[in-house]
Design a protein around this ligand. Structure first.
Ligand code: SAH
Ligand code: SF4
Ligand code: F3S
Length: 469
């Protein structure tokens, strides 16, 4: 596929706006924190701002607008935003002395959770905008330029995705051969540790036609691998093209028909929403990559109950059996929290035992961080920081060993690799394995966007080295 072809609709206009507006030399710098959904949202905000005459820049020094797309999931994530705002405030003051304006915006989950509090703590901030209202960004900015400070955190009644400009072909090409596509947002699960139901609101699924159109557009622009995103992506449901109710499994079957889309993934899933059709998709769809991120959080039923996960360790293991029967080469990834209130040594040992039983190819683990407004924060039995540290170290050592063993088990075997980008070292390119590992190959092994067979020769800390098979 020729990545350099530019469609006529991308020349002279930006997402349907007259060319004259698009040529104004305003620049926006967007910094993204948190999960993949924020990465996707930042791209869509960038698309919306392009329609308003902004070009994106990687250099904060040349920006007229700095947007922080923030994460509220753990205390550290939220605090980072305030320290970054301190630095940008100083920049804004220097700019003002030089007679040039710098606008500061806070988007994302901290924006939604803290709203006007952000402007109270950081008066240099001009606008605060929650994730459900990004399509209103150009209007909000117009008011900000008129001298107002704006806090926009109401959940919009209109569908933001319908109002956001569609991704532009030139931008898709710039972003590379792998892409995110949000299909579902929000969460109704209310795990007692988690802020997401409060920052992202209740579960909403995008309609099938919208998703298919966006996936086709990505494929036409040369994207080979699409990762469907949702806070609870496997709770996605919608009315299919045949009028029937579809679940994520059925949607994946439909997306697999799109020419050019060679690889599909989805994240993040909840164990309770893995239905038979989704498991069948793993069995029947070669393009659905054999890698599943399925967080369990803890191996102790007592803690799982306190977390309101609504499944037991046994349920989780039985589910994995069914998934592995359907797709024997599937590799598992997960999330873990250590030190949830009330967690004893025995509870923690149950988590270690579950990890030993599952054998993860990769995983993320965190110390419990009490989040204001969540039930967990008010539970008795908070675990001392030093104990959390110890447990995290033990768990991470085990998970790292499993990850490295998984990498080593691939040495000598031939695997498919999607060539993604130039390597950091001259003469190399970086590909992506079916299990999301970076694969370092000789730059002549293939062109970006090619899927090639390579033989794994050795492992790095986090990556695989390979030669043409
Ligand atoms: N929807 C996903 C998780 C989204 S948040 C799911 O249900 O699994 C990503 C991860 O952050 C969670 O899986 C959890 O492991 C971690 N996390 C969430 N809240 C946390 C908290 N208060 N303290 C520590 N880790 C947390
Ligand atoms: Fe948070 Fe639980 Fe919802 Fe995941 S399922 S986003 S952990 S509340
Ligand atoms: Fe963070 Fe919001 Fe994602 S809290 S993890 S950015 S949904």
């Amino acid at each position: 596929m020729d990545l350099n072809t530019i469609e006529s609709d991308d020349i002279g206009t930006v997402a349907g706006q007259p060319a004259a507006r698009a040529t104004a030399a305003k620049k926006v710098f967007i910094k993204t924190y948190g999960c993949q959904m924020n990465v996707y949202d930042s791209q869509r905000m960038s698309d919306a701002l392009a329609a308003d005459g902004y070009t994106a820049t990687d250099a904060i020094g040349e920006a007229d607008l700095v947007l922080l797309n923030t994460c509220h999931i753990r205390e550290k994530a939220a605090e980072k935003v305030y320290s970054e705002l301190g630095r940008i405030r100083d920049m804004k003051a220097e700019r003002a002395d030089a007679g040039r304006e710098l606008l500061i915006g806070v988007a994302g989950c901290v924006a939604q959770a803290e709203g006007a509090e952000i402007i109270r703590r950081s008066p240099a901030v001009d606008l605060v905008i929650g994730p459900q209202t990004y399509h209103r960004l150009p209007d909000v900015l117009a008011r900000v330029r008129g001298g107002e400070k704006i806090v926009e955190t109401e959940y919009a009644i209109e569908d933001k995705f319908e109002h956001l400009p569609r991704p532009r072909r030139a931008e898709i090409i710039k972003r590379g051969v792998t892409a995110f596509l949000t299909v579902q947002e929000g969460c109704d699960k209310f795990c007692t540790f988690c802020v997401v139901p409060y920052t992202r609101g209740s579960e909403v699924s995008r309609p099938v036609a919208q998703i298919v159109a966006e996936a086709e557009r990505l494929a036409e622009a040369g994207v080979r691998e699409v990762t469907l995103l949702g806070q609870n992506v496997n709770a996605w449901h919608g009315q299919g093209e045949n009028g029937e109710e579809w679940g994520l499994g059925r949607l994946l079957f439909r997306l697999a028909e799109i020419p050019g889309l060679a690889r599909l993934r989805y994240t993040t899933s909840h164990p309770r929403d893995m239905d038979d059709e989704l498991i069948a998709a793993h069995r029947d769809l070669p393009s659905l990559m054999p890698y599943l991120h399925l967080p369990v959080q803890s191996g102790s039923d007592r803690i799982l109950k306190a977390m309101n996960r609504r499944h037991t360790a046994e349920d989780y293991l039985a589910l994995l059996d069914r998934i592995r029967t359907a797709r024997p080469d599937i590799a598992l990834s997960g999330d873990f929290i250590v030190g949830f209130p009330g967690e004893t040594d025995a509870d923690f040992e149950a988590t270690m035992e579950l990890v030993r039983q599952v054998n993860y190819a990769s995983a993320f683990s965190f110390k419990y961080s009490p989040r204001p407004g969540t039930p967990g924060a008010d539970m008795p039995g908070h675990v001392p920081e030093s104990v959390k540290d110890e447990r995290l170290q033990l768990l991470q050592a085990l998970l790292l060993k499993q990850q490295q063993d998984f990498g080593s088990s691939l040495v000598g075997s031939s695997i498919d690799t999607l060539i993604e980008k130039p390597g950091r070292q001259a003469g190399q390119k970086v590909g992506r394995s079916p299990w999301l590992q970076p694969v370092i190959v000789d730059e002549k092994a293939g062109e970006i966007g090619d899927i090639i067979q390579v033989r794994i020769t050795k492992t790095g800390y986090n990556s695989l080295f390979a030669e043409l098979a």
